[in-house]
Ligand binder design. Structure first.
Ligand code: HAM
Length: 437
């Protein structure tokens, strides 16, 4: 038999780990709602041109990492799996005329992204992001609000020591002068440039600053910094972003070398790292302003800003910092019985418990009662509901598997009794006492 495996760079998230993911998703949804974001879903595939124009043709994400779908016929358009959600969300903003909605439009999604990168710890070919986008607000206050939201997410999920690296990368007014200086600088060192970087020097010099090649890291350390060349408007915007962060009491570290890897960014750019782990190119999240993107994708000139937080890396960071995995929910009751042919009764009673809102499982096999009880204890059920001779009188035995006690309960009262006893156990007797059941 062949042995099948999940494709390289992808993995299965098994139930024990998935419970932690659920917690992150709930935190993301709750925070996004509190900050006024509305949920959106976009397709996992887009026309390739959305990414080529949006993210930029001469970027790692498009040039090296895009999962392109082979067209089924000669004339079919080219699609790709989304490597990031911003371009697709902006495409949707333009397509659905969201510029006529009250501005800004604040959108959020959590979902999988795909990049054909070299897999390693924390770098996958399918990974998940918590993404937020604010379209139609030029900032600078919203830039600070967004950074604050990102940091709050890490704190709320229990990850300590996350800091934000902050920069401004200018706009169409000041970028050309910077790119000129950058080009001059790298031309002097052209003999040391690896082939791809040499080619990019002609097509998109800014992206040399993202290179992971060792020689480039050396060269990049001494390369000109955009922060010294910002035009007046960009410098003032950046100062205001920082003033708002200061006023909110949000700490940040200025990082003049931070340029992000995608072409759509203007002005504010930031990345989240665990303190001391900045060098490993393992950002826990990143984002920035993209004031030209809506226009690039066919809309009217509209500013925008957002971030993406890498959930896979957050889960890894939680594990490595010893934060306990989220426990999986246990059944409240397992319905068991000695009669191997009693499945109709067991199923009927479990169904009634579920109708009453309780998590219940019925034993549907033919194993011995002892084994059934063992299984119920192993899955940490709170109660075993044992069907026996008393069923003829409309009664069942309820065994509290945690307390080790057992008593007879009328079937008519079963759901209410279990809910009461389970609630009292979970919240303590004081909280539930006197509540109508
Ligand atoms: P990005 O920096 O390319 O930005 O990705 C955001 C985050 O996704 C990264 O900081 C990282 O945590 C996670 N990530 C990226 N690639 C991988 C991978 N191969 N495996 C695991 N995690 C990964 C964006 O995608 C922008 N769309 C963010 C944004 C939104 N900017 C404005 N709005």
């Amino acid at each position: 038999m062949p042995s099948f495996k999940a494709p390289r760079g992808t993995r299965d998230i098994l139930p024990a780990e998935r419970a932690t993911w659920g917690r992150l998703e709930r935190t993301a949804a709750d925070l996004a709602a509190r900050y006024g974001y509305r949920e959106i879903e976009t397709p996992l595939i887009e026309q390739t041109e959305v990414f080529e124009r949006g993210v930029g043709e001469v970027t790692d994400v498009v040039e090296k990492e895009l999962f392109r779908i082979a067209p089924r016929t000669e004339e079919a358009e080219s699609w790709s799996l989304r490597p990031e959600p911003t371009a697709g969300i902006v495409r949707a903003y333009v397509q659905h005329g969201m510029q006529t909605w009250p501005q800004p439009v604040k959108l959020t999604l959590v979902g999988p992204m795909f990049r054909y990168d070299r897999p390693q710890a924390g770098r996958y070919r399918q990974f998940w992001q918590f993404d937020v986008e604010v379209i139609g607000d030029p900032g600078p206050a919203v830039d600070a609000e967004l950074v604050e939201l990102g940091l709050r997410f890490y704190r709320d999920v229990g990850l300590e020591g996350v800091e934000v690296l902050l920069n401004s990368i200018g706009d169409a007014a000041c970028r050309p002068a910077f790119i000129g200086e950058l080009t001059d600088y790298f031309r002097v060192h052209v003999d040391r440039l690896p082939p791809l970087e040499r080619e990019r020097l002609e097509r998109n010099p800014l992206r040399l600053l993202d290179s992971r090649e060792p020689v480039m890291q050396e060269l990049n350390a001494l390369a000109p910094k955009i922060s010294n060349l910002l035009c007046e408007a960009c410098a003032a915007h950046f100062a205001e972003v920082r003033a708002h962060l200061d006023a909110l009491g949000v700490g940040y570290r200025r990082e003049p070398a931070l340029v992000r890897g995608l072409d759509y960014y203007t002005r504010t750019a930031f990345e989240f790292y665990r303190r001391g782990a900045e060098g490993q190119q393992q950002a826990l999240g990143g984002g920035g302003r993209y004031d030209g993107l809506v226009e690039l994708l066919g809309g009217k000139p509209t500013p925008g800003i957002g971030f993406g937080i890498g959930l896979d890396r957050v889960v890894l960071a939680l594990e490595s910092s010893g934060v306990a995995a989220e426990p999986e929910p246990h059944p409240v009751a397992v319905v068991v019985g000695a009669d191997p042919d009693g499945t109709v009764d067991r199923l009927r009673i479990a169904t009634r418990l579920r109708e009453a809102g309780l998590a219940a499982r019925a034993e549907l096999g033919r194993r011995k009662l002892g084994k059934q009880l063992e299984a119920a204890a192993k899955e940490h059920a709170h109660f075993a509901v044992i069907l026996g001779d008393e069923l003829g009188d409309g009664q069942v035995q309820v065994k509290d598997l945690e307390a080790g006690t057992q008593r007879l309960v009328a079937l008519a009262d079963l759901a209410r009794e279990l809910a009461r006893a389970h609630g009292a156990h979970r919240h303590g007797p004081d909280e539930t006492e006197g509540r109508p059941s």
